[in-house]
Write a protein that binds this ligand. Structure first.
Ligand SMILES: [Zn+2]
Length: 374
């Protein structure tokens, strides 16, 4: 294993922060996979999965079972890891700017359309390498000022030339689910089955440039724009894995999830065949459009009492929760607007008016525009 320390620009004299990437296998000798833990620094399950993965990858490397290179970023967001406000850890937003650490990555397609058409040819494999190189060149032109933007640029550069990118997050309280690109629906389902995930939520573009979009979206956009003139494949499968809820941190779960991820890496050709045991997938795993997820919001403030359990199939119009005003004792129902799987909800039980308190995944797309929460 090769360990690389990435130094971030110092925000003030006398302070310094750096992050680490662990490189297993041999760079450039085959496909590349990147696994990134807790870009939202308060989403801890992925950090423990990373600890388990590190041990497995060390063993697999010693056994000669790795194909190409597997990069593990064991704690992707050291900036968010050190933030607290009034006794609460804040890992999702940069406290200095209020900007989400998983938004604002570079959308590379406009720059690629300027730079690659003159360089592409008749060889698909060569075109893939040319596009990857052009991505790195475009990102090298990005000169960030803040430490948060410097971190984003480095993370995007580390993953943009990979074949497989797994970004490990979690929800507030939720069943295992993942976000995957629509053009990669089958691969997303394969990963979902390895992880025994309940849902794979598909979108071509999520909005606001999250990390996972930023390393894969340009491939199908280039294919659309230039595919008739040049052979261009989809060079990168990227996904955001939501490892259940924030408190779902245990060695038992982490060991199971690490195994599922390695099983998937084997299916993708990053490990020699037979390196991992079959995953014991049991439950159903459905691929549904992200545009079909209904974010439930609290109609008023009050005590939040859920009427359904995670995993329940709910009907349109069904009461999923109630919000109770403790002053009037009045209860206001929160009803599902679409039928589907109630797969995630808030971990707190005090709701403010307008707050998102849960999600139901339906089969029919009905939302447009920016599809992710804040
Ligand atoms: Zn997250």
């Amino acid at each position: 294993m090769r360990s690389v320390v990435h130094r971030l620009p110092s925000p003030a004299p006398g302070t310094e922060q750096s992050w680490l990437s662990l490189h297993f296998g041999t760079e450039g000798s085959g496909p590349k996979a990147v696994i990134q833990c807790a870009l939202h620094a308060d989403e801890v399950p992925g950090l423990l999965v990373g600890v388990h993965l590190r041990a497995h990858l060390t063993r697999l490397e010693a056994e000669g079972a790795l194909v190409g290179e597997v990069v593990l970023v064991p704690a992707a967001n050291v900036l968010g890891g050190a933030q607290a406000l009034l006794g609460s850890h804040i890992g999702r937003f940069d406290l200095g700017t209020g900007i989400n650490f998983n938004r604002g990555y570079r959308h590379l397609t406009p720059g690629l359309l300027q730079t690659v058409p003159d360089r592409l040819g008749a060889d698909g494999a060569a075109n893939r390498a040319i596009v990857r190189q052009a991505c790195l060149e475009l990102l090298a032109e990005w000169q960030p000022v803040t430490a948060a933007d410097a971190l984003k640029r480095e993370l995007q550069m580390l993953a943009v030339d990979a074949d497989t990118v797994l970004d490990l997050h979690c929800d507030s309280q939720a069943q295992m689910h993942l976000y995957a690109p629509t053009p990669w629906a089958e691969t997303g389902l394969a990963l979902g089955r390895c992880l025994d995930a309940r849902l794979v939520l598909l979108a071509r573009e999520s909005g606001d440039d999250p990390f996972d979009d930023s390393v894969s979206r340009h491939w199908w956009e280039l294919q659309e724009a230039l595919g008739e003139r040049f052979p261009l494949d989809l060079g990168c499968f990227s996904t955001t894995v939501e490892l259940r809820g924030e408190a779902d941190v245990s060695h038992e779960l982490a060991a199971r999830d690490a195994h599922g991820l390695l099983r998937f890496l084997e299916q993708r050709g990053h490990l020699l065949p037979g390196s991992t045991a079959p995953a014991d997938s049991a439950g159903p795993c459905d691929a549904l459009p992200l545009e079909g997820v209904d974010p439930l919001t609290a109609p008023c403030g009050g005590v939040l009492v859920f009427a359904c359990r995670l995993g329940d199939e709910v009907q349109a119009g069904q009461t999923v929760a109630e919000v109770i005003d403790p002053l009037s004792a009045q209860s206001t129902p929160v009803k599902a607007r679409v039928g589907g799987v109630f797969f995630a909800h808030s971990k707190t039980r005090w709701a403010l008016r307008g707050e998102r308190i849960g999600k139901v995944a339906g089969a029919k797309a009905f939302r447009t525009g920016k599809l992710l929460s804040l």
